[in-house]
Design a protein around this ligand. Structure first.
Ligand code: FAD
Length: 470
């Protein structure tokens, strides 16, 4: 047990990794302190990531639906307009409600919350410059680094969060830009591009790679890109930005083919730089205690989430693996379970990924390209939402379910869904994968009618036999 002033666990960072680890540790009876510099809990995800982006995606979707879908459903009104300050206020309300909710959970679970910037002075001591202006040292036998990640900027581009913005600036623009150029076709760029595109911006996405969202199944990606193009998002793939001039009223970008060649210019009112995120360990004092980082700045850890320094652990975006909030949370729980002398486990092959555009794209397990590379014989079952009664009833039937299963055993290897609510639909597939299910297991499970989930059942049937409704 800890001495009076000493903790069992200190967590540096109050994001989804850190705050979940802190609550779990306290629930397991460990004396726990969480240090956060931001002034609010919830990290990137709640403050400037998952939550505000989903708030704006929903609000902008409502506007877009009202404009484009309501009339065909017989819902008419005489005037439709965007009140951007009100939209932002609703987003801010969601964020502040949730961040305060975590403070409440800290109190309920007796997690000690220190507001300030933490830095290692030894492997068991963290010095905190508190937000109030003082300094305090917190001690623990076990310290978890959960300092997350930060926006990655590009060489020669200065983010001013006004005309050249990161995702953070793109979440609080004061007006709808006429032209928005998004650099980087990852999920964050496509989500934020969707928000402003729905509100009226002309959106051009510039991407160095030949494909958008490289981790996506190729066939699904193709359909997804077509959907975004139908929504008037423009893509310049295999293209690099070589110069940017923000001195005038409009920003001028010079671009050229990734392989080199003739240059051209693009104009934008706002440029969103969404070229990835980098681990954040600035000022943390890793050198002082000898914690190693890799070339990408991530902190390598062992199976118990321990760094190369005994008693110092790391979780979430700051370690290798997908930079996702739910992955950070899983890390946090497993890490604390190890610290408490129990067994923790995270299966990184079963972490779902979701792009929250409309339709959404969700996936778990292997893509068809990955299955091919593995060299196993496999079957594919597909079912389009065009043949799903619920999707037809609500006139939102773009998308498909695609299931990959091992040929010999029918064991599910990967599931990919493009649908309005794919991010919710994916979880029966995650559970199936987790339990090592076959596609027949899903196909023989009764699914309620009429639901979008029936498309998952039918795709499962199509994997080893024929679907009914196709
Ligand atoms: P973070 O959330 O980054 O938290 C780290 C915290 O540590 C920060 O609050 C920071 O202030 C604090 N900190 C850092 N250094 C110190 C220090 N020395 N002392 C004290 N405090 C410190 N993921 C999803 O799963 N779904 C989504 O829909 C999604 N949408 C996103 C949208 C956007 C626009 C962005 C930018 C990200 C999104 N993400 C999403 C990613 C998600 O936000 C991250 O994966 C997640 O926040 C990582 O959690 P974390 O706890 O590791 O780090």
């Amino acid at each position: 047990a800890a001495a009076a002033d000493e903790n069992d666990v200190v967590v540096i960072g109050g994001g989804p990794g850190g705050y979940v680890a802190a609550i779990k540790a306290a629930q397991m009876g460990l004396k726990t302190t969480c240090i956060e510099k931001r002034g609010t809990l919830g990290g990137t995800c709640l403050n400037v990531g998952c939550i505000p982006s989903k708030a704006l995606l929903h609000s902008s979707h409502m506007y877009h639906e009202a404009k484009h879908a309501f009339p065909s459903h017989g819902v008419k009104f005489s005037q439709l307009e965007i009140d951007l300050p009100a939209m932002m206020a609703q987003k801010d309300k969601a964020v502040s409600g949730l961040t305060r909710g975590i403070e409440g959970l800290f109190k309920k679970n007796k997690v000690n919350y220190v507001k300030g910037f933490g830095k290692f002075v030894s492997p068991s001591e963290v010095s905190v410059d508190t937000d109030e202006g003082g300094n305090t040292v917190v001690k623990a036998k076990n310290i978890i680094i959960a300092t997350g990640s930060d926006v990655k900027s590009l060489p020669g581009i200065t983010i001013d969060e006004k005309k050249i913005v990161s995702s953070t600036g793109a979440l609080s623009l004061s007006e709808v830009p006429k032209k928005l150029v998004v650099i980087g076709a990852g999920y964050i760029g496509l989500e934020m591009g969707s928000v402003w595109g729905r509100l009226g911006s002309e959106v051009t996405v510039v991407e160095f790679a030949p494909d958008i969202v490289p981790s996506m199944d190729g066939e699904v990606r193709k359909q997804f890109q077509r959907m975004l193009e139908k929504q008037k998002m423009k893509f310049m793939l295999k293209t690099k930005v070589v110069g940017i001039d923000a001195s005038g009223d409009v920003v001028k970008l010079t671009v050229e083919p990734a392989a080199g060649g003739e240059q051209s210019t693009l104009e934008a009112d706002v440029v969103l730089v969404s070229a990835g995120r980098i681990p954040y360990t600035a000022g943390l004092g890793l050198d002082t205690i000898g914690v190693q980082t890799d070339k990408a700045g991530r902190i390598p850890v062992d199976k118990h989430f321990m760094t190369n320094v005994s008693g110092v652990y790391a979780i979430g975006d700051v370690i290798p693996g997908p930079m996702l909030a739910h992955k950070a949370e899983e890390d946090g729980v497993a890490c604390v379970e190890f610290i408490a002398g129990k067994v923790g486990h995270v299966d990184y092959d079963m972490v779902p990924g979701v792009v929250y555009t409309h339709p959404e794209v969700a996936s778990v397990g292997k893509t068809e390209e990955q299955v091919k590379a593995m060299g196993v014989a496999y079957r594919v079952g597909k079912f389009p939402f065009m043949a799903n009664s619920r999707a037809k009833a609500i006139d939102d039937a773009e998308g498909l379910v695609k299931i990959l299963a091992e040929k010999e055993t029918d064991k599910i290897l990967g599931v990919h869904i493009m649908a309005p609510n794919a991010g919710e639909l994916i979880h029966e597939a995650v559970l199936a994968l987790q339990y090592g299910a076959s596609s027949e297991d899903i196909a023989r499970t009764c699914h309620a009618h009429p639901t979008m989930s029936e498309a998952v059942k039918e795709a499962a049937m199509a994997t080893y036999d024929k679907p009914i409704h196709m």
